[in-house]
Design a protein around this ligand. Sequence first.
Ligand code: KG4
Ligand code: ZN
Length: 358
Amino acid sequence: MNRENPLVLGIESSCDETGIGIVRGTTLLSNTIASSMDEHARYGGVVPEVAARAHLEAMGPSIEAAMTEAGVTFEELDAIAVTSGPGLSGALMVGVGAAKALALSTGKPFYAVNHLVGHVGADILDTRGEPFDYPTIALLVSGGHTSLLLVRDLVGDVELLGETIDDAAGEAFDKVARILGLPYPGGPQIDRAAEGGNPAAIRFPRGLSLPKDMAAHRYDFSFSGLKTAVARWVERAEDAGEEVPIADVAASFREAVVDVLVTKAINACKDLGVPRLLLGGGVVANARLREVAAERAAAAGVALRIPPFSLCTDNGAMIAALAAQLIMAGKEPSSLGVAADSTLPVTEIQVAELTTGS
Ligand code: KG4
Ligand code: ZN
């Protein structure tokens, strides 16, 4: 195996994106993504069984497409990497099964890695000429997660500072969009609806931000109370026969989510003396989140990094990039007995042996 500049194929299937990425060291060669998002639209959220079936259908063609785009052969690969958790069990199993089959048939080493740490690894592929230093705080926000991490070393030391205790941030966007009669996925819809609205029109609650919550949940998030507050506000307006000011509700809701996300992330930077913040996950597409994060990071003297959007949403390139880092750091391959683990903790950057997770 070439450990200097390894050619790695990465498979990501933890949620509704079948992502295949190929990297050589820190260079991105291909990043194909097939999403089953449209199939979930009528349910208003990702349906695990539907996602797993879609992965099964997309897996083979996606691998072929990524190989063709990268212009490499299976023989040339140095390793096969896969997300083994956290995520939806059935969805993960499709990717893990495919990766094991590829590793077995090609005789290449197999690396089972952590999805959340992969989001951080995505940044390695986009150094824009300036390698990003560690430690860094990472805020990962998507339909499936809202996690605040302290990354001291990408391949050796990642700590979970906090996460959502109920809904993920993207999930909150999706649920509130539904309340406002907007289609799934709700994030882009709310972002658009909020454009002409007044973010100060309604003061929606900031979850886990009161002094009494901050002691035990300084870096944790909660969005279900906010969603309920929006639902009540809309109901009250409708009961009173008023027209619901969608733009104001969307802008005020978006402001509440963004305020909490950025406040807690910058607090972590300040408390821990870490002058770097990395953003990842699909919610990073949010125009207001990018704006507020940029403003407050600058004010706090924190360097802000946001990888290009195609590397922020779930993708296989980030998994390949993380595995390439592990290989370059001399880490040994995972056992082919590794299972999918829906609740894999972020401290397990690579799963080396069979785990008892679900
Ligand atoms: O990372 P991602 O593509 O994957 C999964 O969660 O699987 O994130 C999707 C989430 C959805 O909940 C979607 O509503 C949200 O990201 N999202 C946004 C925006 N674009 C996508 N949320 C807020 N504002 C946006 N512009
Ligand atoms: Zn993700």
